[in-house]
Design a binder for this molecule. Sequence first.
Ligand code: HEC
Length: 262
Amino acid sequence: MYQLLKPYNSNWVLLGAICLLMVAFLFGCDQEMGSQKTVTKDPGQDAKRPSGIATEDTHPKTSPESKSDSRETASSEKKVELDSCDGENKVTVSKDLTGQPLAHALLDQWKRDHPDRDWVAEEKRAHAFKPPADNSDLLKGDQGKGHAYGNYTQRDILTWTREAEKFVAEGSRIFHSAGELGSTVGVSCDMCHPHAANTHPETYPKFQTQLGRVVLLRDMIDWCVENPVRGKHLDPDGPKMRALEAYIMAQRKGVKMNYGKH
Ligand code: HEC
């Protein structure tokens, strides 16, 4: 009997791990960290019991919340692999969220938890967008007051770079987020255009057959938002469209402008 049930154990381990993740999201890691004493269980017992059913003896007495929700949490408490949760933060998100919206909610939470951290740098690391032009040579040479850039300092140059990067980082964030794009099918731009590949901003304005007229880059962005992404039309002057356009342009840095090219 014991032997027979053995093959199922690995399934339960998997199921447990999945539930564990859900529990970590719903209740925050700290709470779970405190409630992991009751772990070693007879594996045979596990196999006999559907994972969703709770048992009083495996449940920690410490937390009233987790007790009230014992049906959901019991199976995960049998596992200790709470290391997967880094134990740093409580993350509370709606349990209806999955995929990109969930990732986005977690990022938002992370930003709130780390107001001091440089999210632009994080975005750059995650999606490797291209840096803006280096303007440092503007300060070299003999720029007197009469020169166009004569009054600017190193600090100005740094501000231009930082602000331009922030704008593009925001575009990168939206480009990679089905939630931000309002996708009803969980699709973001990068799934078809990794690193903005094949977006060809340098070819606009051009005649687009699916729109039957000459269009700008933003019109094609909107076409993709409404069609493959299945989101709602974006305001052409709204912050999301402006950020997306900025990111796409930035990614094609160095490519020759060539409007009308197919
Ligand atoms: C499911 C795949 C898919 C997704 C997701 C997608 N696109 Fe596209 N995109 C396409 C296809 C296919 C074309 C080519 C359409 C054509 O030219 O006939 C295209 C074309 C474009 C173009 C014009 C390219 C050119 O050569 O002129 C831009 C710009 C663009 N997409 C931006 C975006 C943006 C921004 C998003 C996210 C909001 C996005 N796309 C999401 C498939 C996708």
